[in-house]
Design a protein around this ligand. Structure first.
Ligand SMILES: Nc1ncnc2c1ncn2[C@@H]1O[C@H](COP(=O)(O)OP(=O)(O)OP(=O)(O)O)[C@@H](O)[C@H]1O
Ligand SMILES: [Mg+2]
Length: 263
């Protein structure tokens, strides 16, 4: 049985989609079968993977009940577009609305080693669906003064999911994203998070670089565009596989880490 991981944050622009995109790449490079699911009507993940904008069906069709999840997989990703906003509205008035994604993804759980869910920048119904469908939650936080507040709010939503529909949901931890550890600002954000959440804070942080915008624009993985920066995600993937107890995959990651040392 594979594991499903929801990647979320309380606010927008914390690097969630870049994380899902890049972690999917890293995990695939060590031979894992990974499905990436775009749960954001903006469709950024679909763009980052260069999915044909006309690809159909999408996650919107799946949540609206018009297609099966397996039919919506295009090259290892279930894409999203604006129709997801409509599907979300429709879902809001339905019984079992929080369980829709879980039910839809169930037949796929056995087919993949990992399913990564890219949440939209709000803690609304789509994110709740992701948290109910997931085994694990991974928080992304931008290195800002208010990072801790955002993490606390996201944790409250995780708690709600646990108390209600998904008692088995595990919190993997928080990755500090878009950092510049040369600045006091980023170092303080890291320290304040570490004080509050201890070992739940990943040791690896993702450095800020303009190369990410270039890589998104060209739909080229940062692992290929700038392997020296991609090394941050290789290190993060290593910590994740450790927490997921996927030791064989972790072994296979070693040559990748050696091939692209951090700059
Ligand atoms: N490490 C990084 N350094 C600099 N820029 C980054 C980094 N990671 C992502 N970005 C850029 O920051 C912007 C937001 O990133 P991304 O789309 O991954 O965030 P998000 O949390 O998914 O946003 P949203 O909340 O809108 O879904 C993008 O323009 C992306 O290219
Ligand atoms: Mg996003």
């Amino acid at each position: 049985m594979g594991a499903t991981i929801a990647v979320l944050s309380q606010k927008g622009g914390t690097g969630k989609t870049t994380s899902v995109r890049t972690l999917t790449d890293v995990f695939r490079r060590v031979g894992l079968d990974v499905l990436a699911v775009d749960l954001d009507p903006q469709g950024n993940l679909s763009d980052y993977f260069d999915v044909d904008p006309e690809a159909a069906p999408t996650i919107g069709d799946v949540l609206a009940g018009g297609a099966k999840a397996e039919e919506a997989v295009h090259d290892g990703i279930i894409p999203a577009n604006l129709s997801l906003a409509e599907a979300e509205l429709m879902l809001a008035g339905k019984m079992g609305r929080e369980l829709t994604l879980k039910r839809a993804l169930k037949p796929l759980g056995e087919r993949y080693d990992l399913i990564l869910l890219d949440c939209p920048p709000s803690l609304g119904l789509l994110t709740v669906n992701a948290l109910v469908a997931a085994d694990h939650a991974l928080l992304s936080a931008e290195a800002q003064y208010f990072a801790l507040q955002g993490v606390e709010q996201a944790l409250e939503v995780i708690e709600l999911a646990r108390d209600g529909l998904n008692p088995g949901l595990q919190w993997l931890g928080v990755v500090l994203n878009i950092t510049d550890m040369r600045t006091v600002h980023s170092r303080e954000a890291f320290e304040s998070l570490r004080e509050h959440i201890g070992a739940k804070l990943f040791r690896s942080t993702v450095r800020q670089s303009i190369a990410y915008a270039e890589s998104a624009e060209r739909a080229i993985s940062i692992l290929d565009h700038r392997p020296d920066l991609g090394a941050d995600y290789v290190a993060l993937a290593d910590e994740l596989l450790e927490r997921l107890r996927m030791n064989e995959a972790r072994e296979r990651l070693k040559p990748l880490a050696e091939a692209a040392p951090r700059s």
